[in-house]
Every structure is written in C-alpha cells, then in structure tokens.
Design a protein around this ligand. Structure first.
Ligand SMILES: C[S@@+](CC[C@H](N)C(=O)[O-])C[C@H]1O[C@@H](n2cnc3c(N)ncnc32)[C@H](O)[C@@H]1O
Length: 211
C-alpha cells in the first residue's frame, strides 16, 4: 500500500480526471464544503491533497498527514494557504500534533484498512479528535466491470486487487468494499449520529465522536 502510492504519486490525480466520476466529485465536493466550514481538521492519508484543497477555503485550519512524503510534496504544490500544515505521519501511529481538532477527515482510505484493524484505526484516529468532533470519510464501492477486479480474499475476508503502474511494476493492494451495516457497526464503537450515503461510485460517512 505505502510503496504503491509512493510510486503512483505523480500520476495519482488522474483518478480525478475520469469522466464518469465528474458528477459524484461535484456532489462530494459540496458535501465536504458544507461540513468543513470553520473546522479545525485533522486529515489522515491526505495523499496529493485533492480533498484538502476542497476543504481549505472554508476550514479554519487543516493538519493534513500522509505516510508518504512524495504524495505530500504534490499537495504542497496546491495553493492550500498558510492555515494548512502538511505532515508525514502513519495513520495508525499518529504523532502528538499541535492544536485541537473538531473534525477528522480520511478520504479514500477506509477501503485500504484491513478489516481486523478497522476498530484499532478508528479508536486511534478519534482519540486525536475532540469529543463531539465530526468525522468525515468517503470511498468507493464495487461496481462490476468498472472497479479493478478482486484478485483474492484472505482469511479475514479482506479483498485484494492487482494494480499495474505505467513502468510495468505490479502491486497487490487491499481494497475493501464495506456495506452500510458494516460501516455503522464499526463506527458505533466510538461515534454517534452516523449517516451513510451512496452516490454512483462513492459512499460517504459522517459521524460524531462520542462525548
Ligand atoms: C487512495 S490514496 C488517498 C489519498 C487522498 N486521501 C485522496 O482521497 O485523494 C491512499 C493514501 O494513503 C496513504 N497511506 C498508505 N498507508 C498509509 C499509512 N499507514 N498511514 C498514512 N497514510 C497512508 C498513501 O500514501 C496514499 O496517499
């Protein structure tokens, strides 16, 4: 996962140029902007900063983190503003970060979290957010003939897919597609007010960290 996205960093944003995603991306942008207004946001797995850039004009402050400095270097080329800080960090082992966060954001990340680590990740992430903080995530669901084919399932029922980069390098990465029930079940551990929505290709979740 880490190596694949490091190697893919320079072409990652092609994902956002795919025509069939346009309507969903516009709707997701509005969904995020409505919720991010005034937020002091902690973002994990921010990648090249596509969603950071959407939230930046309305957020009070954003600390955007990613495991790979290569993806954050691309985020740094966006005009994010001085209220946005980019920091290298492992989402499972976040360092102490300055500031209080009343919002948490993890986009296109949940599908890459192993099922057996979902609760661990969510507990860790929400432990860095204020009680009552809004958690926002979005990701893709599986569409036959459109999504990259599932190469195998492991003993935890995690799905994998094989991705090939333009230099021919092949990576098998985890790519899970949770049901609404699975999402609600996992988030119920630490969150209330859970709302899941589905668009054409993406799902969203918003939830409040339990007080
Ligand atoms: C599918 S990309 C999503 C990027 C961005 N959030 C977006 O929506 O465009 C997944 C990101 O997770 C990052 N990543 C992989 N493993 C990570 C880890 N352990 N901690 C933090 N980020 C990680 C990758 O570097 C990559 O940028």
């Amino acid at each position: 996962m880490e190596a694949y996205y490091r190697e893919r960093a320079t072409v990652y944003d092609e994902f956002y140029q795919v025509g069939r995603r346009k309507d969903d991306l516009v709707a997701l942008g509005s969904w995020l902007v409505e919720r991010a207004r005034g937020g002091m946001i902690l973002e994990v797995a921010a990648g090249t900063g596509y969603w950071t850039e959407v939230a930046a004009p309305v957020a009070k402050a954003i600390t955007a983190t990613d495991y790979n400095p290569e993806t954050l270097a691309i985020a740094a080329q966006r005009r994010l503003g001085s209220h946005v800080t980019l920091t290298v960090a492992d989402a499972y082992r976040l360092p102490k970060l300055p500031g209080t966060f009343d919002m948490g954001m993890a986009m296109l990340w949940w599908s890459h979290v192993q099922k057996q680590r979902r609760r661990e990740f969510l507990r860790h992430f929400t432990s860095r957010l204020a009680p009552g903080a809004l958690v926002l995530m979005l990701d893709q669901f599986y569409i036959d003939g459109v999504s990259s084919p599932i190469s195998r399932k492991d003993e935890w029922d995690n799905f994998y897919t094989v991705r090939t980069l333009s230099n021919g390098a092949k990576y098998e990465i985890i790519k899970n597609y949770p049901s609404d029930e699975e999402l609600i079940d996992t988030f119920s551990d630490v969150c209330d007010d859970i709302v899941v929505t589905r668009l054409r290709e993406f799902w969203t979740i918003s939830a409040r960290v339990r007080r």
